[in-house]
Design a protein around this ligand. Sequence first.
Ligand SMILES: Nc1nc2c(ncn2[C@@H]2O[C@H](COP(=O)(O)OP(=O)(O)OP(=O)(O)O)[C@@H](O)[C@H]2O)c(=O)[nH]1
Ligand SMILES: [Zn+2]
Length: 374
Amino acid sequence: MELSEIGTMFQNVSKIRGRDPDMSLLPTLAEMVSRARADLRMGLPVMIGGYLTAAVETLTADRLAAMRALGQPVIVLTERRASTLKARAYDGGLARVDLPGDADLTWLRDLADPANDLRHPMKGPLFTQRQGDTTAHRASLALAKSAQLLPATLMVPAPPLPDLTQLPDQPLLAQLTQEAAMAPVAAARLPLLSAERSRLHIFRPDDGGAEHYAIEIGDPPRDSDVLTRLHSACFTGDVLGSLKCDCGPQLHAALNAMGQAGAGVLLYLNQEGRGIGLANKMRAYDLQNQGFDTVEANHRLGFEDDERDFRIGAALLKRLGFSSARLMTNNPRKVAMLEGHDIRVTQRVPLITPRNRFNTDYLDTKAEKSGHLL
Ligand SMILES: Nc1nc2c(ncn2[C@@H]2O[C@H](COP(=O)(O)OP(=O)(O)OP(=O)(O)O)[C@@H](O)[C@H]2O)c(=O)[nH]1
Ligand SMILES: [Zn+2]
């Protein structure tokens, strides 16, 4: 669906309702996408282009039957998941698998979720499609990921259904890759153990995504290369003190260093599990208990190694008025990203924390596969 058609669609809706609303009261594309995320998480299908689309993870048996009644559905998987399942991905990054006539909800869920891969390895033969436009299918996976669901959807061509969220495929894809604008919402003084002179700032993106935080220690001059940490949320490490990763110790080491220096900015980005969300991170941990490393586990779930959008860090620093940083990290990608988005990194400050028997393999994998300097 073209952008111009969205306007027509809205006009039709207003005609149905028998009034002529001010267009500014109707949802924008960004708002429709945010609504669609919530729909998929609840198990409600959405329309993407000409396809009725449901997330496999939240699909119910009734809705599976109803989708089958409309035609031949396809299961859309990322190439990562497809390669684990030995399904051919002809579409560059994704595979469209024909839903077999006898497949039930359990079969479908096992296709999306690798939890039982080792127990029931054979899912096939899987027949994948190779012709036609895949824009809507690509958009469906991007939407599922942004809803922090498993990247697996069920799609079937269908006429528009009233009351379902309707999204145009190409604009949806563009919207999901666009950088969100960050608005400051509130800030207040917050004395910390590591630094009594601290402020917590809350930022809200304009795309309905998660809020992010900045902890400003002291009063760093805006023209200085401020001591900076980009920290990604880790509920297990930051809050529970998990021994499986280095997040908790890194968080506190960074705050302590800033406290001692008397100035710094710690950006707390709500990108749990390298952007896949806590539920998927726990799925990844379950796979790690089955013997896969942190990168392999992400791939088996259908994700890339790292699904974070690091542009957010640069956007927040700029919002706070900084243009250069001394960055506390072992991850060269964070340095490259900031430099690529107009933040000069004058120094990389290593942030090495102690190893233990639960995190040592994880740290080795970060060094070997993700390029961390440990
Ligand atoms: N998917 C996944 N995420 C994990 C796992 N272990 C930790 N994480 C997440 O990884 C992220 C770690 O973030 P950071 O410490 O900011 O980043 P980093 O890439 O390790 O780089 P550094 O700046 O060197 O620490 C957090 O979002 C954690 O929740 C795992 O096994 N799987
Ligand atoms: Zn962690």
